[in-house]
Design a protein around this ligand. Structure first.
Ligand code: NOJ
Length: 540
């Protein structure tokens, strides 16, 4: 059982909503979402839905080889998305409504079109040569070591002009920056300050544990099991990624990184959450820092790739509670722009229970645009595929287009995302005439109204947004836990199965919210029968 903290900062109390800017709202009618589009929907976010913070995936200058995760200028907005003035207008509108703004920070690699890389590859004696990771070929001309790109193939690209290889942990258009070079560190920290001075409330840090690599660049050992890190990734799974990421030197780096954020803390609280896929709980937790002086949180992705099974979900939560005992803030993520949609993974009914779980657990929830209406994966014909990962590594379902389709706002052609007749960058998913924000607002039992009710209850209830957690019971079918703060106590009970299940409740209470949204204010006590896939909140 955890203690109830008395004073909570926005990111400890609030709910984060991830926006993939290409796909949220297209204000200029070119078929691609933009910052003005997000601005148009700010009241939807702040009032209709009621989230506390948005995280914007990259909108920086980019040739879009990886749709913005290849940054060519860390301090400007790509014309596809708008201008710096548009960003400032969005930030001001968000702040005027009490909504915080996190932006993506992509430190591991830039675009190969970044001025730094163009200089770096121009000559071996260029002053920016060591801003990236260059190495000589082996005597037979092959790459310096066996490291692999997560997006397929070798992580090394030969540069004929200068006769060396450069490292790219992702696409060859995404050369890895050399964070062991103090000039790189200084330049990247200045890029952070550029946005912090503009008023952003923090960063989501892309592949945060990749920054520091083995300085000796040793070969990775081959994996005996060929076990996937968190989902099967083809050849990448043939190695234990011992030397190409997750180096212990990351920790000293994140202490410096944190100090940059802390420079701005006297103005207003800032936050950084790192994208860190590490399966070992104790190692994962080290990224908070031994003195809570590194990342404010490493994202907890454990529930993205686990099956929707009561005992597995409970085990994840109990692991989080076990390792975070020193005031570190837990957090939960069920979906993002890299993973298939929840409703497609576990089904529409379970997706409702999943939303109830996400918004009642202890810690910061991050939700993904469209989850609030239960959006499903789009069916993208091969000729319309966009994602480079899906194109490079075929046959494993790694393409990320299905979860990036346009937000479904209404039943008009192009779902209110782009004007009628415009060709959207990815097709709008076929179910938009019935699954959309306008239709769900009018339906009292919709997923959207469930999400709104949960957000409202969480915001109003100290026990839910900041209280202690305790498991009450669990088996292969159900999971029951309590959240408490002072004399406020809620019991959350979830049925993970397609059959009705009975749970025992210690003491009575009032059912205040069911995922079906068709009952409330029911007195309950003793044993309680949950309908298939139902989740309920009981005020004790
Ligand atoms: C992780 C991001 O979430 C993903 O979308 C991107 O392709 C890679 N990092 C490379 O930046």
């Amino acid at each position: 059982m955890t203690d109830f903290p008395t004073r909570l900062l926005w990111w400890q109390r609030g709910v984060v909503y991830q926006i993939y800017p290409r796909s949220f709202m297209d204000a200029n009618g070119d078929g691609i979402g933009d910052l003005r589009g997000v601005l148009q929907k700010i009241d939807y976010l702040a009032e209709t839905l009621g989230i506390d913070a948005i995280w914007l995936s990259p909108f920086f200058t980019s040739p879009m080889a990886d749709f913005g995760y290849d940054v060519a200028d860390y301090c400007d907005v790509d014309p596809i998305f708008g201008t710096l003035a548009d960003f400032d207008a969005l930030l001001a509108a968000a702040h005027a409504r009490g909504v915080k703004v996190l932006i993506d920070f992509v430190p591991n690699h830039s675009s190969d079109q970044h001025a730094w890389f163009k200089e770096s590859r121009s000559a071996r004696d260029n002053p920016k040569r060591n801003w990236y990771v260059w190495a000589d070929p082996k005597p037979d001309g092959s790459p310096p070591n066996n490291w692999l790109s997560l997006f397929g193939g070798s992580a090394w690209e030969f540069d004929a002009h200068t006769g060396q290889y450069y490292l790219h942990s992702f696409l060859k258009e995404q050369p890895d920056l050399n964070w062991r070079n103090p000039e790189v560190k200084a330049a990247m920290f200045d890029a952070m300050r550029f946005w912090l001075r503009r008023g952003v409330d923090g960063f989501r840090v892309d592949v945060a544990h990749f920054l520091m690599k083995d300085p000796e660049m040793r070969d990775n050992p081959l994996s005996e099991s060929g076990m996937a890190l968190y989902k099967p990734m083809g050849d990448y799974d043939s190695q234990v990624h011992l030397y190409d990421k997750g180096h212990p030197d990351n920790h000293a780096l994140y202490r410096e990184f944190r100090a940059v954020l802390d420079e701005f803390e006297p103005i207003s609280p800032r936050m950084a959450v790192g994208e860190i896929h590490i399966a070992d709980w104790d190692e994962w937790a080290t990224y908070y820092g031994a003195n809570n002086d590194e990342l404010h949180m490493p994202f907890n992705f454990a529930l993205i790739n686990t099956p929707w099974r009561a005992e597995i979900v409970r085990e994840v939560v109990e692991n989080v509670e076990r390792v975070l005992t020193n005031g570190q803030q837990p957090n939960y993520v069920f979906s993002n722009h890299d993973e298939h949609r929840i409703a497609s993974r576990i089904g529409a009914e379970a997706a409702r229970a999943c939303m109830l779980l996400l918004l009642t657990l202890r810690g910061t929830p991050t939700m993904y645009y469209g989850d609030e209406i239960g959006m499903v994966d789009g069916d993208i014909p091969p000729e319309l595929a966009q994602d480079p990962w899906g194109k490079n590594v075929q046959g494993l379902g790694l393409g990320r287009d299905p979860e990036r389709t346009p937000m479904q706002w209404d039943s008009t052609p192009n779902s209110g995302f782009s004007p009628e007749g415009v060709r959207t960058w990815l097709p709008v998913t076929a179910d938009y005439p019935t699954r959309n924000v306008a239709a769900q607002l009018a339906d009292p039992h919709s997923m959207l109204n469930l999400t709104r009710a949960l957000l409202k209850l969480r915001r109003e209830s100290p026990a839910l947004h900041g209280g202690a957690y305790r498991t009450l019971s669990g088996d292969a079918h159900t999971y029951v836990f309590e959240r408490t703060a002072g004399d406020q106590r809620f019991v959350v009970a979830i049925n993970f199965t397609a059959e009705a299940q009975t749970v025992a409740l210690s003491g009575g209470g009032t059912l205040i919210l069911s995922t079906a949204l068709d009952r409330a204010d029911e007195a309950v006590g003793g044993t309680f029968s949950l309908r298939p896939y139902e989740g309920v909140i009981i005020r004790a």
